[in-house]
Design a protein around this ligand. Structure first.
Ligand code: ARG
Length: 462
């Protein structure tokens, strides 16, 4: 194949410098597009035959040749030579080597510019599906874990200070919501990108009467692009895809951060199974949450890809520019990283337990019931602002006496408001408060159970 003729070398004097070859090649990166490149080429050849630009016999030779090449690549029998610059040229050269004249007709009315734009879209459609499957698996793992903790209360935090009591199930389901938005974002990305640029050529289309709708139909695109200049240079979908990956990474990094904190000795809320922890080369006692730290760290790499793609696209002159070749580096890296993080997150969620005893032991620290007490007073007709002040004073008093609100005697409460009655104790203590939530979407056991039912129904259909 090394001997195969390179038509573009006719224009340039002599051979390219080795530096040139090494610098322009993208084969090492884009060879993973080979399946999509071949599928796209078969559709293009089919259309060329329909339009009588090649014969039926040439079509057969092209198809058979491409299928053979696909098998050779899959089985590791194909030799990738960077002299061919990219996957498109490598496959075409191999086809010409196999079929001669027929292969030389494949590129009729086509440029690598519309070809690569098509390939990435096809690749991305598949990757979106894979990402969505992994998101669903993680959601299912979270819902399953939530099912075990519908009654168990933990503190919620704002500013990382104890805020109000919540059930663990609601906490876990908060991530299911975040992931659901990620799922929808990917779905939207998938429908926006499902447009065929094939037939836009290098930048201006073609003088040959190509049937663009035929290739679009064959490749499962819902429509064709309607401006060739835009079509060869549109990488909006790449930026969007990486943004969607970055949002997933953001959500995973927040879960990771929580559990890194929760697994510390100071908190002791969660226990991650040993198989998902690492140890220290020096300190023999260590059980470290390195996988979670790596999820958190890798989020930085995904953000890097997002910045990179936006910067690559910025201020490029209209039409295709070779800058665009760098898109794949970042699109591939974002997808690979986030897929791996989703797998790891799913395994960790499945293999982590909440230490209910330990949580309960410290649960009534930090006045988690203060807001509910203020709302109790609102129920007695006190204006919220006043109720807020009364409870603030009560808390300050408790702190001085080193007491919890529930440990105050009724007459101590009544010094602050004579509207407080003996039933106030039903509203105090973290567990009691969690049971009192009534608003839709609140973080109590009743709402958590409803949400679990909802998610089970929802996720079962996927
Ligand atoms: N390898 C290139 C890319 O990934 C393909 C298109 C190159 N086109 C060109 N006219 N140089 O974008």
């Amino acid at each position: 194949m090394a001997e195969a003729e390179k038509s573009w070398e006719k224009r340039l004097a002599g051979k390219p410098d080795e530096l040139t070859v090494n610098f322009v090649e993208s084969l090492s990166i884009d060879k993973r597009l080979y399946k999509y490149d071949i599928v796209g080429s078969i559709a293009h050849a089919q259309m060329l035959a329909e339009r009588k630009l090649i014969t039926k016999d040439e079509l057969k030779q092209i198809k058979d040749g491409l299928i053979e090449i696909s098998e050779e690549i899959a089985e590791g029998r194909f030799s990738f030579e960077k002299e061919y610059e990219d996957i498109h040229m490598a496959i075409e050269a191999a086809l010409v080597a196999k079929t001669g004249q027929a292969g030389k007709k494949l590129h009729t009315g086509r440029s690598r510019n519309d070809q690569v734009a098509t390939d990435i879209r096809l690749w991305m459609r598949d990757r979106i599906e894979i990402l969505q499957t992994k998101i669903t698996l993680l959601q299912k793992a979270l819902v399953k874990s939530a099912g075990r903790y519908t009654e168990d209360v933990i503190p919620s935090y704002t500013h990382l200070q104890r805020a109000q009591p919540i059930v663990i199930a609601s906490y876990l389901l908060s991530f299911v919501e975040q992931l659901e938005r990620d799922f929808t974002r990917l779905k939207n990305c998938g429908s926006l990108l499902n447009i065929s640029p094939l037939g836009s050529g290098a930048v201006a289309g073609s003088t040959l009467d190509l049937d663009r709708k035929s290739t679009a139909r064959q490749l499962g695109f819902t429509d064709i692009s309607y401006n060739s200049i835009d079509a060869v240079s549109d990488r909006d979908f790449c930026a969007e895809f990486i943004f969607d990956c970055a949002m997933i990474a953001t959500h995973l990094s927040r879960l990771a951060e929580d559990w890194i904190i929760y697994s510390s000795n100071e908190f002791g809320f969660v226990l991650i199974e040993d198989a998902y922890c690492t140890s220290s080369s020096m300190m023999p006692q260590k059980r470290n949450p390195d996988l979670l730290e790596l999820i958190r760290g890798k989020t930085g790499s995904v953000y890097g890809s997002l910045m990179a793609i936006l910067t690559i696209l910025k201020a490029q002159p209209s039409g295709y520019n070779r800058d665009m070749q760098e898109d794949k580096v970042h699109v591939f890296s974002a997808a690979d990283t986030v897929e791996a993080c989703l797998d790891v997150a799913c395994a960790i969620v499945t293999h982590t337990k909440f230490d209910i005893k330990r949580i309960l032991a410290g649960l009534n620290e930090g006045f988690l019931d203060a807001t509910a007490l203020a709302e109790y007073l609102v129920g007695k007709g006190v204006a919220f602002r006043e109720a807020h002040g009364i409870v603030g004073s009560l808390v300050a008093d408790c702190e001085k006496q080193q007491k919890k609100l529930a440990e105050l005697a009724l007459d101590e409460f009544q010094k602050y408001s004579n509207l407080i009655e003996s039933n106030v104790y039903e509203y105090l203590g973290a567990v009691n408060v969690a049971g009192k939530y009534v608003t839709e979407g609140s973080a109590g056991p009743k709402q958590a159970k409803e949400q679990i039912e909802y998610w089970n129904r929802q996720l079962e259909q996927r």
